[in-house]
Design a protein around this ligand. Structure first.
Ligand SMILES: O=C(CO)[C@@H](O)[C@H](O)[C@H](O)[C@H](O)COP(=O)(O)O
Length: 236
């Protein structure tokens, strides 16, 4: 397998899958979000977070605030931070009304809280976030490259520019969020992006990196042959 400089995180909220990935050392860290928690059927945020931190005691793990105003987010951030030393508090760059959360990001960073600033889509947002971070405080800036690509726009120019801006401040790392395919890991690695968080189906493909493409024709036909046999279908 090709050596990667980019760190690969697992994006999900299934404790058993997280535990397995941690124990097998297939990823370097973990991210969760409200949608992933809902999908995984999480019923109790605190119980979930405590179980996750118990399962993953010393790798980076991000939990997101649920509030939609700075006062609520600040209270939630204090609780989330208390879950463990390895925890990053995810704060969205804006709330549902489009109001900037930068004042809160600045306030929390000044208290040395490790943040993962999420839902980022523009270089102006990246620049503002980096400006608000206290130098030396470990912080992730999560740019949703996949959701940008979903609009038909190439996210690479933004990702390249974001790497430069993030690396101007000590402690700040660029995180590639909404990964769509294994090739995104290679793209993130090539541009010097620090972290990419991947859904389970992409994590499973990581060992394929560097595989000999010449083998794939025979493998593909073998797959068809297996399915022909199990389906019982025939032409002649
Ligand atoms: O923690 C983060 C980003 O910091 C991730 O969980 C991030 O929210 C997810 O990668 C994205 O929400 C996934 O987006 P999508 O694949 O559902 O479009």
């Amino acid at each position: 397998m090709k050596n990667l400089n980019v760190q690969v995180f697992a994006d999900g909220a299934d404790i058993e899958q997280m535990k397995t990935a941690y124990q097998n050392q297939t990823v370097d860290g973990f991210t969760t979000n409200p949608s992933l928690m809902a999908k995984a059927g999480v019923e109790d945020y605190t119980a979930f977070a405590e179980a996750a931190v118990k399962a993953i005691p010393d790798a980076s793990i991000s939990f997101e605030v649920f509030g939609d105003d700075m006062e609520t987010m600040e209270k939630e951030a204090a609780i989330i931070q208390s879950f463990g030393e390895n925890v990053f508090v995810k704060i969205p760059v804006v709330n549902t009304k489009g109001e900037s959360m930068i004042p809160l990001i600045k306030k929390l960073s000044e208290q040395d809280i490790k943040l993962n600033v999420t839902a980022v889509y523009t270089i102006e947002q990246v620049t503002e976030i980096v400006k608000a971070i206290k130098p030396g405080v470990e912080t992730y800036v999560s740019v949703f490259a996949g959701r940008i690509a979903d609009t038909g726009v190439d996210p690479m120019p933004l990702m390249r520019a974001a790497v430069k801006v993030c690396h101007e401040k000590e402690g700040v790392k660029l995180l590639w969020a909404s990964c769509r395919e294994l090739y995104n890991v290679i793209q993130a690695d090539e541009i010097g992006c620090d972290i990419i968080t991947c859904p389970g189906d992409v994590v499973k493909k990581i060992p394929n990196i560097g595989r000999d493409i010449d083998e794939l024709s025979v493998d593909t036909v073998k797959g068809f042959a297996k399915d022909i046999q199990s389906s019982g279908l025939g032409i002649l």
